[in-house]
Design a protein around this ligand. Sequence first.
Ligand SMILES: [Zn+2]
Length: 389
Amino acid sequence: MKSKIALTIAAILASTSALAIVPSEQAKRLAKETILVDGHIDVPYRINDEWEDVTVATPKGDFDYPRAVEGGLNAPFMSIYIPASYEESGGSVLLANRLIDSVEAIVGRAPEKFAIAHSVADVEAAFKAGKIALPMGMENGTPLEGSMDNLQHFYKRGVRYITLAHSQANHISDSSYDLRRKWHGLSDFGKQLVTEMNNIGMMIDISHVSDDAFYQVIELTKAPVIASHSSLRKFTPGFERNMNDDMIKALAKNGGVVMINFGSSFVSNQAQAWGKKRSDAMKEAQAKDRESFDKQYRQNNPYPFATLEIVLDHIDHVRDLVGIDHIGIGSDYDGVGDSLPIDLKDVSTYPNLVQGLLDRGYSEADIRKILSGNLLRVWRQVEDYAAKH
Ligand SMILES: [Zn+2]
């Protein structure tokens, strides 16, 4: 009996040590010495839902100051996330302002640790000062409410990208998740908005929108665009939320960048299939309490967590298709629940990603482009275009 237990313990130890990647000094140094931008982290909505002080270690969530420092994270885009239901219910301007206030409150509470960032120069200055910059991106353009004055307002408040739509069509654009194609791409206002966003210096984020909307944006925009948190459809066939090869090529031609989402259901077909099965089971059970159904379902059907390797496969594929200049990171930390890949569980784990890239032969210069160089190039181009118009 005793030996059986010892054997089991040995087996567990062996399996965990085989799974866990240990970043080298080189990987840790690279993460630390390079500005590291993440295109999408859902801290504001998380703390709006269940408040925690992220300027110190928090028991929950994927982001807090000590873990961000450990991971070498320097400029996480704070997502000003507006659920799609606000398009109908109203109140989105109030929610957006409150979420922006909450980002300012983080900086106000710990100005020695964090700084607001409204520009590339702000990000660089914060990095030099040893602070974490908090740029902001608005996920879902609903708070614009069809008004260019609102665009001005949110620009002034520091929002530097807008994801045109979220999970449903809004007054700007169709959504990849919404099978009713209300506008067959962008609405008339959406088309005007592209031009105004270019002129004001607001990055256009094409994550979440339908394919038609994406191609219309690409045709209209005068500046490069971003996908703040999208992965590749090649690995998740039929999942329109991710980008196909043709779109990646169009994005590269535009000079833009796709920031890879880490969520297992974004990177792995197995996790996609698991999600579909669970939805079907939930429908069949006519479950009212989604949370307890989920818990039970997970117990009986273990979640197929993706791995660091498959995230690296996505990065490889973009590089093979269009080169190194169009890849970034858009983890979706604090936005995808308990579905993050092994070895990429929270903001302390970016050095694992860097190690993975080194192991696959990426040069330090290439890794720097992925960590921030490409996104900062796009942001600078967007700033320059606006300065001239
Ligand atoms: Zn999202």
